[in-house]
Design a protein around this ligand. Structure first.
Ligand code: FUL
Length: 480
């Protein structure tokens, strides 16, 4: 009898020890694996290059002679080496801009590199750029303007077939494309095969996007589609590279569509209760224009301006898509290169030593009091682990205690977005003269949130999650 009681006690004890505290259930909508990988990229380059580079225009009319395209020192290896060195993870190339000129020798049109004098018409910009990216370990993306001011059939169903044929061509040659950019600028005046007229289309129906996207997915199921309304990523609502201080990765797509006006704020901030995960992408050019113009050589954004844009894009949970337009040689201009290098130095300097790494960290609440969800996960350099609370706890705080008084200027927080975006507002306090003093507050976190404040000296910092849609799930904190 005694033996039996002992066995029951042991069994009971071991089964109790094994009871696992389950992780929080995902809060839908959540990102796809491809979207998660996209968030991780943080900084990509946009490259605008075509006949405009040589005609000094921003929007070619579509009647440019093919032989104006004549780079003298074309070398995409220079582009990728600068991008790699300065921390970019991918590049999106304008394979065809609104003028319809194709940077690859498409068999469906005469308006392409094949009729230029460059490399005796045997060159292929897209191929060389895609190969240079691959060699350097950068991901390659395609911009193919839906609007085509050269094509005679633009506005009719025949053009849609042409556009899809071009996508088939591109995706057959370059299957690894990570992102496909569908520009929202659509319809207007143009050459249109010599008709020189104005053509308007209804962006909602003309392109029949669902069919086009299905077609592309047959070649590459994980490609991310950019357009004003996604479905992969959305436009940020401006061309300054700035996402809202409140930035929800969620939005309801049928409230948006390409060309619809008055939705800039919605695109910029997203919608807390949006039905789909469609994060904002911040596109901006390093120069005033998207294409290279010698007269803008002195107007290249400074490292400080780029750093500010970084804080307002990546630092608010978005991705920075920074345009660097090659010049007439087919190279990134020296001024742009210097600015990018200065920007990198600034990033390295400002985010040099993560003071959180060696701090002591404790939280006001931990899910099921289980070590697996403790605040230590915030500084373990592993973004798969996280600090979280019980399901019914939607406000909680954690403290970072330093060995000695330290000067701090930046706080970086990351949510584990694989489980959905949750935090609605939070504040930051530092320990000062025997009491807590608020130094900052903000709303959303998402993939990454960087708060910059006037330098403070302290030995303790507290982050209060004030409001969250469900229990907060924070994977990392860094302090600089
Ligand atoms: C706009 C275009 O009209 C510009 O030329 C540029 O390509 C920019 C990224 O998107 O809608």
């Amino acid at each position: 009898m005694k033996k039996l009681i002992f066995a029951i006690v042991v069994l009971g004890f071991s089964s109790c020890k094994q009871t696992k505290v389950l992780p929080p259930a995902p809060l839908t909508p959540i990102p796809s694996d491809a979207q998660l990988a996209w968030h991780e990229m943080e900084m990509n380059a946009f490259v605008h290059f075509t006949t405009n580079t040589f005609t000094d225009k921003e929007w070619g009319y579509g009647d440019e002679r093919e032989d104006v395209f004549s780079p003298t020192e074309f070398n995409p290896k220079q582009w990728v080496s600068v991008l790699k060195e300065t921390g970019f993870k991918g590049m999106i190339l304008t394979c065809k801009h609104h003028d319809g000129f194709c940077l690859w020798p498409s068999k469906y049109t005469e308006h392409s590199v094949k009729n230029s004098l460059w490399r005796n018409g045997k060159g292929d910009v897209v191929k060389e750029v895609a190969e240079a990216c691959k060699e350097a370990g950068l991901k390659f993306g395609i911009y193919l303007s839906p609007w085509d001011r050269n094509h005679t059939a633009y506005g009719s169903p025949e053009y849609i077939e042409y556009y899809r044929n071009q996508l088939k061509e591109l995706f057959t040659f370059y299957p690894d494309v990570f992102e496909m950019w569908f520009d929202g600028a659509n319809g207007g005046d143009g050459f249109y095969g010599g008709k020189r007229e104005t053509r308007k289309i209804d962006g909602r129906i003309y392109y029949d996007w669902p069919t086009t996207l299905r077609l592309v997915r047959q070649f590459n199921p994980s490609v991310i589609f950019f357009s004003d309304a996604g479905p992969g990523v959305r436009w940020v609502g401006n061309e300054n590279g700035v996402v809202g201080e409140t930035n929800w990765n969620t939005i309801t797509p049928d409230t948006l569509y390409a060309g619809k006006g008055g939705i800039e704020k919605l695109l910029n901030e997203g919608n807390e209760n949006g039905t789909h995960w469609i994060p904002a992408e911040c596109d901006v050019s390093i120069r005033p224009g998207w294409f290279y113009h010698a007269k803008e050589d002195s107007l290249v954004k400074t490292p400080e301006q780029l750093f500010d844009i970084y804080l307002k894009s990546v630092g608010r949970g978005s991705l920075l898509l920074l345009n660097i337009p090659p010049d007439r040689r087919g190279l990134f201009h020296e001024n742009d290169v210097n600015s990018l290098k200065g920007f990198r130095e600034l990033l390295n300097r400002e985010f040099k030593t993560n003071l959180a790494k060696d701090a002591n960290v404790k939280a006001s609440a931990v899910r099921g009091e289980d070590e697996n969800y403790s605040a230590k996960n915030l500084i373990d350099n592993n973004e798969q682990t996280y600090w979280t609370t019980d399901d019914d706890v939607t406000s909680a705080s954690f403290e970072m205690i330093f060995d000695k008084t330290t000067t701090i200027k930046y706080l970086v927080l990351k949510e584990n977005i694989a489980l959905g975006q949750r935090v609605k507002s939070f504040s930051v306090e530092c320990w000062n003269d025997g009491s807590w003093k608020k130094i900052s507050e903000a709303t959303t976190i998402g993939h990454k949130r960087i708060l910059k404040f006037d330098s403070v000296k302290t030995n303790k910092l507290r982050v209060n999650i004030l409001e969250s849609k469900a229990c907060p799930v924070i994977s990392a904190v860094e302090i600089y």
